[in-house]
Design a protein around this ligand. Structure first.
Ligand code: NAD
Ligand code: ZN
Ligand code: ZN
Length: 343
């Protein structure tokens, strides 16, 4: 089969590799769609990875074979893959937080395309217990729900207690994850006002269509504009899907007292935390959070939202053979919504 692999730091190749043999407890999926995430660019530029590694951590597929001991799945059934492969047994996993699995303390829980062979290939083998039924969702367009849907849903769920009618949520970076965050906020955040922030005018225009009440061009004056829009109070929840120095600084200035700054983006910025009374640093009570992906339960909720038509991924479909060009375009900010590779 063809597989799009990271072969060395900064180098990818579309290679012919063996179709994986499903092991005990695994199913073999024919990949129907593999979303392309900005994290794939971070992986591309990372130094220490298990090379070669097939990329692709947003898998949707159709079951074609099952390994020994698999029950409940038959060829032809379609599913999304829950991509955080915790041990399923530790304290964190027992409470559903596989994204904090204690077998990988303070580190990265592996998943397909995240240390293990991923979905930018014609086939992928996955543990049967990680499959979640797709229902009547499109088997290509639903693929990004596994991360671009899951991760914002989880991030937003950590701020539910501050999101209600009269409160304000800010989404910084309305790309793959952010364009889903806007819709999830509108569908689940109890009437909160939603402000979208991006550097790209076309993405902000799309954000309005996806339910953003206000859009702001990202820049040095954006935090002041958010304060103005909130009567000086600031935003109750700021979700930063960029994670660069200027967006973190914007979040720190724009957040309200007892508000949340939830940093999802991994652009490598850092945020100072002066332990001093305001106006230095954050306002009183503000909290910073760095969530990872989401729980299996979150994925079920995301699929339910998509099946009810409340959220929808804006998808560009591309052939697997064009994966390298798609990554380039993503890096240049030219993808609207999410690119999904099909083979
Ligand atoms: P994307 O490239 O699709 O979207 C990024 C968006 O940010 C684009 O719309 C871009 O125009 C915008 N942007 C760039 N600089 C900006 C700035 N200074 N101000 C405002 N907007 C700006 O990326 P994505 O796939 O949505 O991923 C977003 C980030 O989230 C990446 O860093 C990715 O690695 C990370 N991520 C984290 C997790 C997690 O669990 N923590 C999971 C998935 C992705
Ligand atoms: Zn991702
Ligand atoms: Zn565990």
């Amino acid at each position: 089969m063809k597989a799009f692999q990271l072969v060395a730091p900064g180098r990818t190749e579309l290679l012919d590799v063996d179709v994986p043999e499903p092991q005990a407890g695994e199913v073999l999926l024919k990949v129907t769609g593999a979303g392309v995430c900005h994290s794939d660019l971070h992986l591309l530029h990372a130094q220490a990875l298990p090379f070669p590694m097939t990329l692709g951590h947003e898998p949707a597929g159709e079951v074609v074979a099952a390994g020994p001991g698999v029950t409940g799945w038959a060829p032809g059934q379609r599913a999304l893959v829950y991509i955080v492969w915790g041990c399923g047994l530790c304290r964190a996993c027992a409470r559903g937080a596989e994204n904090a699995c204690e077998r990988f303390p303070r580190g990265q829980v592996p998943g397909p395309g995240l240390g293990l062979p991923g979905a930018m290939a014609e086939y992928v083998a996955v543990p049967a217990r990680t499959l979640v039924p797709l229902g009547d969702l499109d088997p290509v367009d639903a693929a990004p729900l596994t991360d671009a849907g899951l991760t914002p849903y989880h991030a937003i769920s950590t701020a539910r207690d501050v999101l209600m009618p009269g409160s304000t949520a800010v989404v910084i970076g309305v790309g793959g994850l952010g364009h889903m965050a806007l819709q999830i906020l509108r569908a689940t955040a109890g009437g909160a006002r939603v402000i979208a922030v991006d550097v790209d005018a076309a993405k902000l225009e799309a954000a309005t269509g996806l339910g953003a009440h206000e859009t702001l061009v990202s820049g040095p004056g954006t935090a002041a504009e958010i304060l103005e829009l909130t009567g000086g109070r600031g935003a109750d929840a700021v979700f930063d899907f960029v994670g660069a120095e200027p967006t973190l600084a914007m979040a720190a200035v724009a957040v309200a007292s007892y508000g949340r700054v939830t940093v999802v983006g991994l652009a490598g910025g850092s945020l100072a935390f002066p332990a001093a009374a305001p106006p230095q640093g954050l306002p009183w009570g503000a909290a910073i959070l760095k969530p990872y992906a989401g729980t299996r339960h979150d994925l079920h909720a995301v699929i339910a939202l998509a099946r009810s038509g409340k959220i929808e991924v804006t998808v560009e479909r591309h052939p697997l053979a064009d994966a390298a060009q798609v990554l380039d375009r993503l890096e240049q900010g030219q993808i609207q919504g999410r690119a999904v590779l099909v083979s």
